[in-house]
Design a protein around this ligand. Structure first.
Ligand code: ASP
Ligand code: MG
Length: 438
């Protein structure tokens, strides 16, 4: 069994959807996971915001526009009046539900989650109906029957395995199954989701549940690049990455893959391929437990919007328990820490979430003097640093000798060196590293 996942842009236009139908027409058994049509989840979020704010007019306008978008889509997609009628009725019914929920007196979390689920329900129904029209035998299985998270919002793999097998079993003789990304049920059985971008995560969880041969993530670029193509010319896609290297990169702005995707695939050693629907023949990037990738620099990536916080305190000298108390402040405000460096009398760390910055700084002032630097970027170099030639870290620092560096993190894992710099220097830093390392 193979898992194929297509993102919003890959199903965003009727002609793209048609080319996907060709792509999946083959010998292998497949589960195909789809996102909502591109832009649809954003529109559903806006509908929920308007409903929350009791702005029925705005909500109704958004609902109307989104319904029209789907109706135009199916009109262009189908040849057969039967398909058109069937999809029309489904779209009509789902949007009637969205309107009712949107106007609900006690609009809350539950209503919101049902509305957010509609994008994937619609895209899969539309696609499945198209496959029927062209005579490609498939089964539409509902992710709401098998995708589940617990009270901690973690997926329940055993439940997924069991219920997915049942869902497949209800459709004997099929080789092709279509299902929704992103959506699931929560601990109390209500409709929920795996958070924005979560369709990749669905694909990887299904891959793990089925011990699939391979997970293919289809987007509109040809895999992960060795540097950021928005700032550096002549980047190229990386042929192979280890799971650990991919996990480092997925966090650093490489939007192409949801960071949580790596874990389930790694657990069962299932290769993840990143492929391009616009160029299906391109090799893309394969993420696997390869052993021939030792000793090379794979990629450079950067993440903006970073805030550095420095706490200076002589009380830290020779003390134990100091870092714990610092970390507890961040825990209290549910703010993850990314980079951290320490000296005997100071600790610097970074966060990328501003929401509770003022409260955090206030509480940290109990420990010593606190300095905050905003508009910082983390530049990270990913590769295999242990077996790399000794001069690798020298090359990194030598390349950046003209760039003021605020923090350095090296040795946390063998796969990366992270450097914190002021964002205006980012482009220059990425280019200098590119020249020196590749
Ligand atoms: N449709 C959802 C989103 O836009 C999930 C996904 O596409 O991965 O976030
Ligand atoms: Mg995505």
């Amino acid at each position: 069994m193979k898992i194929y996942k297509f993102g919003g842009t890959s199903v965003g236009k009727p002609e793209r959807m048609k080319s996907i139908a060709q792509l999946i027409d083959g010998e292998d058994n497949k589960v195909v996971v789809l996102s909502a049509l591109s832009g649809v989840t954003n529109a559903l979020v806006r509908i929920c915001e308007a409903s929350q704010q009791k702005s029925p007019k705005t909500a109704a306008e958004e609902i109307d526009a989104l319904k029209k978008h789907h109706l135009n889509f199916i009109e262009e997609l189908y040849n057969n009046p039967e398909s058109l009628k069937k999809a029309f009725e489904y779209i009509d019914k789902q949007f009637a539900l969205v309107s009712t929920l949107s106007l609900s007196e006690k609009f809350g979390d539950k209503e919101e989650k049902i509305i957010l689920a509609q994008g994937e329900l619609l895209s899969t129904f539309i696609f499945y109906t198209y496959l029927e029209e062209i005579g490609l035998s498939a089964a539409l299985i509902s992710a709401l029957d098998f995708m589940k998270i617990n009270a901690q919002e973690e997926p329940v793999l055993k439940y997924i395995e069991h219920n997915l097998m049942e869902a497949l079993g209800r459709n004997p003789g099929k080789k092709l199954y279509i299902t929704q990304g992103y959506i699931c049920r929560n601990a109390i059985g209500d409709i929920d989701n795996l958070k924005r971008g979560g369709s990749d995560y669905t694909a990887s969880l299904l891959g793990a549940a089925l011990r699939a041969e391979e997970i293919q993530i289809w987007t509109d670029i040809d895999g992960m690049h060795n540097n950021d193509p928005r700032f550096v010319e002549g980047t190229f896609s990386i042929a192979e990455l280890s799971f650990d290297e991919a996990a480092e990169l997925a966090y650093f702005g490489a939007k192409i893959l949801h960071p949580a995707t790596i874990h389930p695939a790694k657990q069962y050693n299932i290769p993840v391929k990143l492929l391009n629907t616009m160029k299906p023949e391109a090799r893309g990037t394969t993420i696997c437990n390869s052993n021939d990738s030792h000793g090379s620099i794979k990629s450079i990536a950067a993440k903006d919007g970073i805030i550095a916080i420095k706490i200076k305190s002589s009380r830290m000298l020779m003390a134990y328990g100091f870092l714990r108390r610092v970390f507890e402040v961040f825990e209290k405000y549910k703010t993850p820490i990314d980079m951290i460096t320490t000296s005997e009398v100071a600790v610097s760390l970074t966060i990328d979430n501003l929401i509770h910055l003022d409260e955090i700084v206030m509480e940290l002032q109990d420990f010593g003097t606190v300095e905050v630097d905003k508009d910082m970027s983390i530049v990270c170099v990913v590769g295999d640093f242990v077996s790399e030639k000794q001069d690798m870290s020298f090359k990194v620092f030598d390349a950046l000798k003209k760039i003021p560096i605020r923090m350095i993190s090296f040795g946390g894992s063998r796969h990366n060196i992270s450097l914190l710099i002021s964002t205006p220097y980012k482009k220059e830093a990425l280019n200098l590293l590119n020249e020196r390392l590749f």
